[in-house]
Each structure stands twice: as structure tokens, then as C-alpha cells.
Design a protein around this ligand. Structure first.
Ligand code: DQQ
Length: 544
């Protein structure tokens, strides 16, 4: 099939062409945000990996520079894989990343890179000091050399730097700890920071402090936190999971608050297509910002034909939810600079089985914010209208949504948006909520993205994505925001409690032929108490 050029994203991060994966070493330095990323300069499939480099004033408009880190020493001769930046005590950045120094088995070592000229705000050139590299090898720790990668941002505690490297022993995934006095010589600690049975290789670990519940201020990675977040990207499932817990700096051990959640890996940054994410502390706005990668859901043949593959999600500010049990995420406010022409709807009732179109703007590249309100008849309650929740789906929102998709009539919901929809509704991607009554007589809210009708094109991967929303729906109110961008739908439920990014490739609902609707397939009336949709402008995007 031929992929329409109209499906290339407009405001999500990407290079002009070729393959992109993990975000690497985001940092702020001398007035510029820097983003490096895994990049294949030679094609639209993974391989020949170097660190491409872009800079920005606002994390939305990007200027591409030359690749910053590429094979140049024996330790990274066969690839420069993922890593992170740390701002040292003198204010200059240092990068730690994984070098591949033997092609046959992808033998992995950790490498240190320092700016060649720290007075250059653009940090264009990096050097890899010969006397210290590699700074960590698997041989010096009895580690599986093919499963030893992705060093984190380091943090300081009691006069020592510490960094983590992802690994696995048997099926137990883990974050190994390394310590250093001078950031140049590193020694492995005896125990990992944390590990979990049956989780497999931990790629791209991330570890950072957060302020107290509900406090939005981010913390520098070395600052003492009220709580800590440990995230790992599980190679087994290809999703990013996190837990919230406490950190014992003396022992360099991490203890998740909910050990059961640790084992089951319940909490995810995103319940859709989102992987190898990484946070950094932004000293300008005193916030912690999360970046993540979304690959294509199209065939490799199509990727090659269009000449590019992979995007990054819109940077998200993250902080601890008032309950202290999860994180909240919200697109950084800078993305709102792209908002153009807008339309609003208010107090619009959507009866069971009905839908209406949001007209007046182009919606193929849009930001939509909507508040829903359930209208219960006098004498009826939300719970009696809600479908009973089958506990068989307890840990599997995705499976549940696969069975109860957007077209399966329900009690309270499904209600939500049809985005990137054709005028005849043959093509549509549904983003919606559905409320169940759980075994304790409490509401249980499900958020889904259902792409099963997203395209008439063949050979697409169209997984239904879903997560539960730990939101209080007793008031009957819930909000949804969707960032629509041609082949991306990135949604934030209930103020950022549950997020789902999905890639879709409509064949008719492209450009001006993409429409936006609100639908209600439940038995309860739903009022759109407020909806605003903005057309989104195109930022500077690496010269494309
Ligand atoms: N991608 C990198 C690895 C990392 C993986 C290689 C995660 O360092 O483990 O491109 O997507």
C-alpha cells in the first residue's frame, strides 16, 4: 500500500527522515534544551545507531544539529545505544551511554562522554576520555554482556555519585548500582537498587525524586525527595512501568510502596504505544519532564516506502497525584503556543446511541479538551446503570476493552470522541470511557482507545489500548484531552491520571477529510459541559 504523506505528524518530534527510537540525555544548558535520540542515518529501520541531536528554546520548536555521539572509539565501535545526562557540580553536563564493542554478540559496556567545549551552549562536540573508558564492563561484575545497558542520570548522595544500569539475571530484571567520587571511575555496588522476579530485561531504567502528593514542583535528581519513582521499560512486554516508593541512600536500596504492584507491574506511564521513556529536571520551570518514543503500527514495507519511522510523544510534565499512589501527567504548557483557530461547544446533551460532529475547524492536527457529565434520571444511580465488572479482567484493561470496544453498547458509556473520522464514519478512532460496578459496589472507570475502525487500509497493526482510571466519578464528571496529529492520537484521561498514545493510519480521514465527533453508546445521557478544539500549527521541526 502507499502511505499518504498527509499521515506524517505535524507537531510531534521527529527528524526529517529515517528511523528514530529512544529519547536520550535530555538536558537544559545555557538557554537551550537539548535532546539526543537513537537514530539510523541510513534508513527507516533500526540499525547503524548514532545519537542525533536537536536543540530547542521551548521543547516544541526544534533545530537539528549534527549527530553528537557516534562510533569513534573501540568501546562504541558497533553502536551508541541509550544513555542519560547528568549536570555535574560545576554546572557542565556529562553523558553516560551504552557502547557496543563487539558486533557478534552486541557486547555492552558503559561509556562516558564530556563536552569538548563547555562554553558552547549548543554542546556540538563530545569527547570520550580514553583514560576512563569504558567506565563499566560486564566482565567486572559477572553480568550478562548482552543485557547490560542504558545508564541513568546520576545522583549525588553523601559525597558519591550513583548511577543505574539496566540488566537481568535469569528472569529477574534489575537496576544495577554504580558509584563514583569523580564521575570518571565507577565501581559496581554489591546489590542492585531494586529487582523484580519474572520481569525480564530492564531497559532504560529511570529513577528520580518527587515532591509530596499533589505538589507539582519537580526536583533535581540529586535532591532528597518525599517519594521516589523507579521506572523500567520491559523488553518482555514493550511497555514502560513504574512504582512509587522510598529510597534508602545509605544502602542504595529502593522499596516500592506497593510490593504487589511491583510484581504485577500495574502502573504505566501510558497504556498505549509508548516506550523507552526518560525524564529530566527542567531548572527553568522547576518541573520534571517526561519524554517517550512511539514506534509505527504500520508495516516495515510501508515504513521503508515513506522513508521514516518513529516519533516522540509531546513532552509531559509529571508529578505525584494527591493520593500519592500514582503520577499525573500533562502536556507541557508550551504546546499550547501552537493552538490556532478554535471552536467550542457547551451544554450539549448526547442521548444514548447519538453522536454529533464538532465543526468549524480542521481537526487532523488538533488539541481537544472536553468535560463530560453523566445525566442520571432522578431516583437512579450511576452504580445501578453501570455494567457489572467481571473480575477476570482485573489486571487486564486492554483485554476488557478488546471485548467491550467502542461499538459494544453499555450502561454508563462508552462515551467519548471519534477522532480522525471520515464523514461517513467508515473510518474512526474511538477514545472513550466506560464505567463498571466492581465487586465492592464501587465504580470502576475504564479508558480506551479503539482503533479497530481507524483505517480501511490492510496490513495495519490495530491494537486496542486501555487502562483503568483511578478517578472519583461519583460527581458524574470526567475530562478528556486528545492531541491529534495525523497519525497520532495522544490522550489524557481525568486530568492526566491515565494516558494512551496510539498510532493510526486512516485512508480517507486524512487532511481536511478528517472529522471529529462526540459519541455516546451507553444507556445514560451524557452532557458535554464544555469542549474546545484548536487547530494546531506546525512548529519548527528539525528543518522538515
Ligand atoms: N533501545 C536502545 C537500547 C535500549 C533500547 C538501542 C530500548 O539501548 O535498551 O537502540 O528501546
Amino acid at each position: 500500500s502507499i502511505v499518504s504523506p498527509l499521515l506524517r505528524t505535524g507537531y510531534h518530534f521527529q527528524p526529517p527522515m529515517n528511523w528514530i527510537n529512544d529519547p536520550n540525555a535530555p538536558l537544559y544548558y545555557k538557554g537551550w534544551y537539548h535532546l539526543f535520540y537513537q537514530y539510523n542515518p541510513k534508513g527507516a529501520v533500526w540499525g547503524n545507531i548514532v545519537w542525533a541531536h536537536s536543540v530547542s528554546r521551548d521543547l516544541i520548536n526544534w533545530v537539528a544539529l549534527e549527530p553528537a555521539i557516534y562510533p569513534s572509539i573501540p568501546s562504541d565501535k558497533y553502536g551508541c545505544w541509550s544513555g542519560s545526562a547528568t549536570i555535574l557540580e560545576d554546572g557542565t553536563p556529562a553523558i553516560l551511554y551504552t557502547g557496543i564493542d563487539r558486533a557478534d554478540i552486541n557486547y555492552q559496556v558503559q561509556v562516558l562522554a564530556l563536552p569538548k567545549d563547555a562554553s558552547d551552549p549548543l554542546l556540538r562536540e563530545w569527547e570520550k576520555p580514553e583514560e576512563y573508558n569504558p567506565v563499566a564492563t560486564p566482565a567486572a561484575g559477572g553480568i550478562n554482556a548482552t543485557q547490560f545497558r542504558d545508564p541513568t542520570t546520576a545522583w549525588r548522595h553523601a559525597g558519591h555519585w550513583r548511577m543505574l544500569v539496566g540488566s537481568v539475571r535469569g528472569a529477574r530484571g534489575m537496576a544495577l548500582v554504580y558509584r563514583s567520587r569523580d564521575f570518571r571511575k565507577w565501581t559496581k555496588a554489591k546489590h542492585p537498587l531494586h529487582s523484580a522476579a519474572l520481569t525480564g530485561m530492564w531497559e532504560c531504567p529511570d529513577f528520580f525524586p518527587v515532591s509530596g502528593p499533589g505538589l507539582q514542583a519537580g526536583l533535581d535528581t540529586s535532591a532528597p525527595g518525599r517519594k521516589y519513582v523507579l521506572k523500567s521499560s520491559l523488553d518482555l512486554t514493550r511497555y514502560d512501568y513504574y512504582t512509587i516508593g522510598s529510597y534508602d541512600g545509605g544502602k542504595d536500596r529502593y522499596y516500592p510502596d506497593d510490593p504487589a504492584g511491583d510484581y504485577h507491574h500495574r502502573l504505566r506511564y501510558d497504556y498505549g504505544n509508548y516506550y523507552a521513556s526518560k525524564t529530566f529536571y527542567d531548572p527553568v520551570e522547576r518541573r520534571r519532564v517526561l519524554l517517550g518514543w512511539a514506534n509505527e503500527s504500520d508495516s516495515v514495507t510501508d515504513d521503508k516506502a515513506k522513508g521514516w519511522a518513529g516519533i516522540h510523544a509531546i513532552p509531559r510534565k509529571i508529578w505525584l497525584d494527591p493520593t500519592g499512589k500514582q503520577l499525573l501527567q500533562w502536556p507541557i504548557h508550551e504546546v499550547e503556543k501552537l493552538r490556532g483557530k478554535a471552536v467550542s461547544v457547551d451544554a450539549k446533551l448526547v442521548k444514548p446511541g447519538d453522536h454529533f460532529e464538532v465543526t468549524g475547524i480542521a481537526t487532523y492536527q488538533a488539541d481537544v479538551e472536553v468535560s463530560f457529565e453523566l445525566e442520571l434520571e432522578a431516583g437512579t444511580s450511576l452504580l445501578e446503570k453501570a455494567e457489572a465488572f467481571d473480575p477476570a479482567y482485573d489486571d487486564d484493561a486492554q483485554k476488557l476493552c478488546g471485548v467491550k470496544g467502542a461499538d459494544a453498547r453499555g450502561g454508563v458509556g462508552p462515551f467519548g470522541l471519534w477522532v480522525l473520522a471520515s464523514a461517513d464514519l467508515q473510518e474512526r478512532t474511538a477514545v472513550f470511557f466506560r464505567v463498571f460496578r466492581d465487586g465492592h459496589g464501587k465504580p470502576k472507570v475504564l479508558m480506551c482507545t479503539d482503533p479497530t475502525k481507524s483505517s480501511l487500509s490492510p496490513d495495519l497493526y490495530k491494537p486496542t489500548f486501555a487502562g483503568f482510571v483511578d478517578a472519583d466519578i461519583s460527581s458524574g464528571k470526567i475530562t478528556l484531552r486528545s492531541l491529534i496529529d495525523r497519525s497520532v492520537v495522544e490522550s489524557f484521561g481525568a486530568g492526566g491520571k491515565t494516558c494512551i498514545l496510539s498510532r493510526v493510519y486512516p485512508s480517507i480521514a486524512v487532511g481536511k477529510d478528517a472529522h471529529l465527533y462526540v459519541f455516546n453508546n451507553g444507556e445514560v445521557d451524557v452532557t458535554v459541559s464544555g469542549l474546545t478544539a484548536w487547530e494546531m500549527k506546525k512548529p519548527l521541526m528539525n528543518g522538515a
